[in-house]
Design a protein around this ligand. Structure first.
Ligand code: HPA
Length: 246
């Protein structure tokens, strides 16, 4: 049976319903992960859980130690990763509350430690990243969304921005021209690091606000937090369905 790891983003710093068996403080060659790696029973099976921003939420997207997080999960026995990300909606279909199983990404982040392959290497490695998300895992998320009857998109291009500030309207217009449907700050380098560790990885994105310039007025944290609070039960239900079905 595959051991899944869930990486919880904003609004999912703990997995309600997880019957906790163990909390591991792990150290890695890259430093400490954002939080303890939790192991427990969820939806009738053993899973690992890690809060990407720490618990409580305290690490901003550009300061998350993505390498330590992925390494720690692999070390703890993860065989596949389900990542949860809060995002802004760019495409008209991506309204607040919508769920999207991303199929592609564009990386606009900079200055983040983004590879395990550096330093004293025996040889240079270039991993294939043509399709950043694992199709089988994506399929499981989409099947769960269909069964639950939640409005969702089974495809979407995720634009990963640096943060922690939100984008300008012109930056979002550029992302849109590039083909991005959703925008978030945590999708990369997480996905690429998972690939380097040969961990199948998929992203379940919850739209929590219209991206900059896509609605009148400014984007407020209160709006984002209210949307997260409304949507996170759906996210939990989808994760539970995936785990129970596999
Ligand atoms: N932009 C970037 N990241 C985000 C957004 C956004 O509008 N909303 C939630 N995460």
């Amino acid at each position: 049976m595959t051991t899944y790891a869930i990486i919880g983003g904003s609004g999912l710093t703990q997995l309600e319903g997880l019957d906790l068996k163990q909390a591991q403080s792990l150290d890695t060659p890259y430093g400490q992960p954002s939080a303890e790696v939790l192991r427990g029973q969820y939806a009738g099976r053993e899973v690992l859980f890690l809060a990407r921003h720490g618990h409580p939420h305290r690490i901003p997207p550009h300061q998350v130690n993505y390498r330590a997080n992925l390494w720690a999960l692999k070390q703890a026995g993860a065989e596949a990763v389900l990542a949860v990300n809060a995002v802004g909606g760019i495409h008209p279909a991506m309204g607040s509350g919508h769920l999207c199983v991303a199929h592609q990404l564009i990386d606009y982040t900079w200055g983040r430690a983004h590879s395990f392959f550096e330093g004293e290497l025996a040889h240079v490695t270039h991993v294939d990243f043509s399709h950043p998300y694992d199709e089988a895992l994506r399929g499981r998320l989409i099947a769960a969304l269909q069964e639950l009857g939640y409005p969702h998109s089974s495809h979407g291009v995720y634009g990963a921005t640096q943060g922690p500030r939100l984008e300008t309207a012109a930056e979002i217009a550029r992302l849109e021209r590039d083909g991005c449907d959703i925008v978030g700050m945590t999708g990369m380098p997480e996905a690429a690091l998972a690939r380097e560790l040969e961990l199948p990885y998929a992203c379940l994105a919850l739209v929590v606000n219209p991206a900059a310039g896509k609605a009148s007025g400014i984007i407020s944290m209160a709006e984002i937090e209210a949307e997260l609070a409304r949507g996170i039960d759906k996210v939990r239900a989808v994760l539970g369905r995936v785990l129970a079905a596999d």
